[in-house]
Design a protein around this ligand. Structure first.
Ligand code: SF4
Length: 364
């Protein structure tokens, strides 16, 4: 198939839904890793068109949702102390412990919403008397652009630019989920855009260690039902292997140039995930030679610690233990207009998906 519209074809999607219903003879729990996939499943009503014995569990692949509260507080601390803070739009409404970045902007902070960290380097060049920090949030997908911004700033001698790093990696999170004693997952739909950067090789060890099928899957309705079908075929046969449904985008080797750039700037480190806690070797930090571009080091804000909101069960949502509508705050104290946690704010958050597309869901 050549055009995106073909992956939204109703008849082809129905055909796979029929195949899924005919093939699945047992109850299977399948986790879609990525928040974009969750939205695709919920928005298109696929969740309710699946047979009852095929259950989708929504995974932690929403970068905004897993960014720990203390990093939002750190960004706000910088903003309130005269730093120009730059961020992708999704982050700015996420509540910190007292306020969001947007609320801090309303109090006079210089917050810029950007599409690329390279724009932030230009802002730093145009404002040599100010410090400029880019809030570098995300999975393997956004890390290359953030690495590039640091390399660019270094090359151009822009010393008033730094990044507040909150980069997390998918495979260690999958491992953390599988190691949880409450885990009931039988198969994964891998995050297609992450694999477009990283390739497929780091998933083979997971398949072998946990004997679990992983199908790298795209985001359109046909991608999703095809990925689910491929996973169920494996499960029914008692097989476990890595398959690539999203081969029109994902290559075995990934994006070699992007990976090289990331490896030159970042190194693997332990990372805290919101609501989940610290997962060993689950993210990036800047290498020693780039610490001049590390906002936490530069401004001495590493020690700011913030406890999570006790009423928000984002951690259980992100591990797939509970569904958004099972949270007592859902749609009551917590709405997109008044979010208590990141999954209700982010465009990829599971709580927001359930809230916006509740007409497409049977939530009993
Ligand atoms: S509904 Fe709100 S409070 Fe509940 S888990 Fe989602 S974000 Fe947190």
């Amino acid at each position: 198939m050549k055009y995106l519209s073909e992956y939204r074809n109703l008849e082809a999607t129905k055909k796979y839904l029929d195949l899924i219903a005919k093939t699945a003879t047992k109850t299977w729990n399948i986790m879609e890793i990525c928040g974009g996939q969750t939205h695709g499943l919920v928005k298109n009503g696929i969740i309710n068109l699946l047979p009852e014995n095929v259950r989708m569990i929504h995974g932690p692949g929403c970068p905004v949702c897993v960014t720990p509260l203390n990093l939002i507080d750190k960004a706000i601390e910088l903003l309130e102390n005269g730093v120009i803070v730059c961020s992708f739009g999704d982050m700015v409404r996420v509540p910190g412990s007292k306020k969001s970045l947007l609320e801090a902007k309303a109090n006079g902070g210089d917050l810029r919403i950007l599409y690329s960290p390279l724009e932030a380097v230009n802002i730093a060049k145009q404002n040599p008397d100010k410090e400029v920090v880019f809030f570098a949030v995300g999975f393997e997908t956004t890390a290359p652009a953030n690495a590039l911004s640091v390399l660019h700033a270094k090359k151009e001698n822009v010393s008033n630019y730094s990044i507040l790093v909150s980069h997390v990696l998918v495979p260690p999170a999958m491992e953390g989920i599988l190691d949880d004693e409450l885990c009931t997952i039988d198969a994964f739909l891998g995050a297609g855009h992450v694999c477009a950067i990283m390739g497929t090789e780091e998933y083979y060890p997971l398949v072998d260690k946990y004997k679990i099928p992983i199908v790298i899957t795209g985001f359109e309705p046909l991608d999703l039902v095809q990925g689910i079908y491929m996973a169920i075929v494996q499960l029914e046969k008692g097989e476990y292997k890595l398959e690539n449904q999203y081969s029109r985008v994902v290559k075995e080797e990934g994006n070699v140039a992007a990976k090289k750039m990331m490896e030159s700037v970042f190194e693997i480190a332990d990372r805290e995930w919101r609501g989940i806690g610290t997962i060993p070797e689950s993210g990036y930090r800047l290498k020693k030679e780039f610490l001049a571009y590390d906002a936490e080091t530069k401004f001495g804000i590493s020690s700011i610690a913030t406890p999570e909101n006790s009423t928000c069960i984002a951690g259980q949502i992100l591990k797939g233990i509970k569904k958004p509508h099972q949270c007592t705050q859902f749609g009551k104290a917590c709405t997109p207009a008044n979010p208590l946690g990141a999954p209700m704010v982010s465009s990829e958050g599971a709580c927001a998906a359930y809230y916006h597309f509740s007409n497409n869901l049977i939530t009993s």
